[in-house]
Design a protein around this ligand. Sequence first.
Ligand SMILES: *Cc1c(COP(=O)(O)O)cnc(C)c1O
Length: 505
Amino acid sequence: MSPNPSNARSVPLQLRPEEFRRIGHDLVDRIAEFLKTMPEGPVTPGEPPSTIRALLGTGPLPAGGASADTLLQTSSELLFKHSLFNGHPRFWGYITSPPAPIGILADFLASAVNANAGAYILSPVATEIERQTIQWIAELIGFPASCGGVLVSGGNMANFVGFLTARAAKGGAPVKSDGLHGHPAFRAYASAAVHTWTQKASDLFGLGAENVRYIPVDRQQRIDVEALRDRIRTDLEAGDRPFIVVGTAGSVGTGSIDPLPQLAEVCREFDLWFHVDGAYGGLAACLPDASPDLKGLSEADSVAIDPHKWLYAPLEAGCVLVRDPAKLGETFSYHPDYYRMDDVGGEQPLNFVDYGPQNSRGFRALKVWLALQHAGRDGYVRMIGDDVALAQELYRLVEEHPRLEPGTQNLSITTFRYIPDGLSQQTASREDYLNRLNEEILTRMQEEGEAFVSNAIVDGRYLLRACIVNFNTKPEDLVALIELTDRLGRELHEAADTNKDNSRG
Ligand SMILES: *Cc1c(COP(=O)(O)O)cnc(C)c1O
């Protein structure tokens, strides 16, 4: 009787090399066409979930297989027609960037080798490429190249790694082995404008989601350093254990930058870990005219950076840098007897499993490494500088416009709002109306898909917010945004007026 499976094993997932070549070429052709034509269409079709679900159907997983060729054809069409395109020249929502074309190809190449970058022995080249990528990112932003680091899925994870490393470094062995129970309350500090990752980190790492000390910000959304000092002193007097200060280098709302050198000073004064969330703005430290406040990230114990933002890596790629690499090992390294990875050819290899929370790890370094070399340092300085200049140009256009009011301008984020002609003077109901009107403008814009911004709320004002992390954007796209906002504002204001008249009549 022949064994089951036999040597002529039938493998439903297999593709013959010549089939793979043909289908792959077809796919590359379709992607190239998509990249060429996508800017002419909408940013997003703005469809609700039910529409998308109807396209996918509700059937069970088919029992039999299907042709790879057909599947890739139909799914290309599905994605190209029903996605939001963050590579569109008029996409400026949240902080999400277009993918570097070389990064698209790099992901394809990386998947083909399928390195498991958890251990050197499983990923010799991938591990060394990741090591070099991390070093280059550190150099680019002026962080000591002797640092350690690890690539993770994004800014949240990079910040989590920094947070837990801080807890291990400042709490020592007892906290690491036994947890926080029985210790004084561990305290983390950040500005009120910090990203929401702090809540998740504080929950995940045992402090409680609502226990972060959020310090007030000034008019520019920057942390009030004296208020921070006072809070730390008060907590120390109460017997708590302050251990980390998080500085923000480019807040997600307005791009504000905390005075990082002053935060470094506070951390030295109280012996605290200084972590910088530079997920968005950290990379702008490469600009020749970067502010001293931003450049102060070089003094941090750890920094979170998002290559899938200003390095234009396709999602996902985050990166954490830690000044003292040993601290990463002390936080994440364990030695179970089923992993024997400590010696390769008489050398001690770097095993990234020892530097972060992940075990098996993908080869996400390749897309970052290749993009860094494709553009080079000067190329990145130009692209990031151009994004900032475009955001400043948008601010200027807003200032000049009779019905637009500027809000804030930091890094590549510009905020503004629409104010209709002939609106009555400053009253609470006027502000309520403007908040509602601008929210409606945003909703309409996002649904219609001609351009895409998101929002910020500053001092109670609802603002439209354009974050330009987009190498496809040109000045003409900003003019289009101004005209679009004015048109939507007028239409919605007129409709509101008519409704008011109707309800009166
Ligand atoms: C984007 C961002 C994050 C979260 O990063 P993800 O990559 O979305 O996980 C955290 N902090 C700041 C300041 C950010 O801009």
